[in-house]
Design a protein. Structure first.
Length: 438
């Protein structure tokens, strides 16, 4: 007789995806902490350092859709293992670019572009895992935990990288990040499987629980409806709003540590401590937003649970950015700006939930297109923010972010999660009809 106690392998693997998500953001934001020392050694200003930041995001954006395709073809186990090893190589290469070279900045940008290509696999592979392993009623919490890795990894970056730099120099911080990624790759490859049916530790009770909550896609290969996707009002609303999301969050990921050091006059240790605040707030916002998303959707319908919550999130973000950038007291200013980071992450689960609501079997492609918007916004802010700060001051830089968030709020108003990108197929007479959307 099979065990009646359900195993919890799916939960353990989701936690490992949380860890991988955190490592991804550790690897991509460590350069913002090391950037203070790198600028001095390479003899570059903030604007040219911004080009290096942007190169990562261009690579990341360009490979979103291909990464989604590879996640389906190779499976999340192999793709994430390869991606983690790839990150390790390019983290090491970042430290090996000689500062005295004639084209040092170009080589740095190319290395960060390569890192972006590898990290593009993180969330498409994670979504592929969720679609195979996590029953529908648990996906909100699972995605909330996975994306909480964004804040956790970014929050750990300032104190960890600062401690390494203080003891061993900025290059050592990239070596340590590479080692962490390689260890994670070995662990993931050892414990993960592409399907629950293939995992020896998944017992019959857990397998039955998973299978009961999965939506079975058609077995035949269906062409991607590019015309329907690219002509969808929902698609462009999501793209524009995620562009605004990316513009704001990458102010924090790329420039917040340098902002504290240069605009607020904090030393390395103080910057490391206060620099954690926005990312801790993002972690909390991501988890809280996932709970609110499901709760509001059940009570008031999908539009208010997804789009309504996101609009409130964006408005709060704009308010906190405007106030925080003008406060003279440094700890209060940091806390207020941190609330802006936390507020915008209340909307994170809404973005990824809506793509599943409207795209069905094409969720991977639609979420990839949406995520390109986020990375384009991040690439622009990585270069534009230091220029605005240099020309007009940091208040103007944060004010620009608040203005772009307003555009994102308007875009969200046009997103209706009840409107499918392509019409649902007529059900077969012998099939059980799916419940209608509320």
């Amino acid at each position: 007789m099979g065990s009646t106690v359900r195993s919890t392998i799916r939960i353990q693997l989701v936690f490992m995806l949380f860890v991988i998500s955190a490592i991804a953001f550790l690897d991509r934001t460590n350069i913002s902490v090391a950037g203070v020392q790198m600028r001095a050694e390479y003899g570059i200003d903030k604007i040219r350092l911004g080009y290096v930041f942007s190169a990562f995001l261009i690579g990341y954006a360009a490979f979103q859709v291909p990464a989604g395709w590879l996640a389906a073809r190779l499976g999340p186990r192999k793709l994430l293992t390869f991606a983690l090893l790839w990150w390790g190589v390019f983290s090491v290469l970042t430290a090996l670019v000689p500062p005295q070279g004639q084209h040092a900045i170009l080589f740095l940008a190319l290395v960060r572009f390569g890192l972006g290509i590898g990290e593009a696999a993180v969330y498409p592979a994670g979504n592929q895992f969720v679609s195979r392993w996590i029953p529908a009623q648990e996906r909100g919490k699972a995605n909330g935990l996975i994306f909480a890795g964004v804040g956790a990894g970014s929050g750990l970056t300032p104190p960890l990288i600062t401690a390494i730099i203080a003891g061993s120099g900025w290059r050592a911080s990239f070596y340590v990040c590479a080692a962490i990624g390689i260890v994670a790759a070995l662990i993931w490859y050892t414990i993960a499987r592409d399907r629950p049916q293939d995992h020896a530790s998944v017992n019959a009770a857990e397998l039955a629980h998973i299978e009961a909550g999965l939506t079975r896609p058609p077995e035949d290969t269906v062409a991607i409806p590019w015309r329907a996707i690219l002509s969808s009002r929902n698609m462009w609303g999501l793209f524009l709003s995620y562009f605004a999301f990316g513009y704001v969050i990458w102010i924090f990921f790329s420039w917040f540590f340098i902002y504290l050091a240069e605009a607020r006059g904090l030393d390395l240790k103080s910057s490391a401590l206060l620099g954690m605040a926005p990312f801790l707030a993002m972690t909390a916002g991501c988890l809280i937003g996932g709970v609110l998303n499901d709760m509001i959707s059940r009570r008031f319908g999908l539009y208010w649970g997804r789009s309504g919550l996101a609009m409130v999130s964006f408005v709060l973000t704009g308010v906190f950015l405007l106030i925080g950038s003008r406060v003279d007291n440094v700890p209060l200013a940091v806390m207020t700006l941190a609330l802006g980071g936390g507020a915008i992450y209340l909307s994170q689960s809404a973005f990824w939930s809506v793509t599943a609501d409207i795209a069905g079997r094409h969720t991977g492609v639609v979420s990839g297109v949406m995520n390109v918007g986020c990375q384009v916004g991040g690439a622009i802010t990585s270069t534009l923010t230091p220029w605005i700060a240099a020309e007009y001051g940091w208040v103007a830089a944060f004010g620009t972010g608040a203005t772009i968030v307003l555009v994102g709020t308007i875009a969200w108003a046009f997103v209706d999660p009840r409107r499918l990108i392509e019409p649902a197929p007529e059900p077969m007479l012998s099939a059980v009809s799916a419940p209608a959307l509320p």
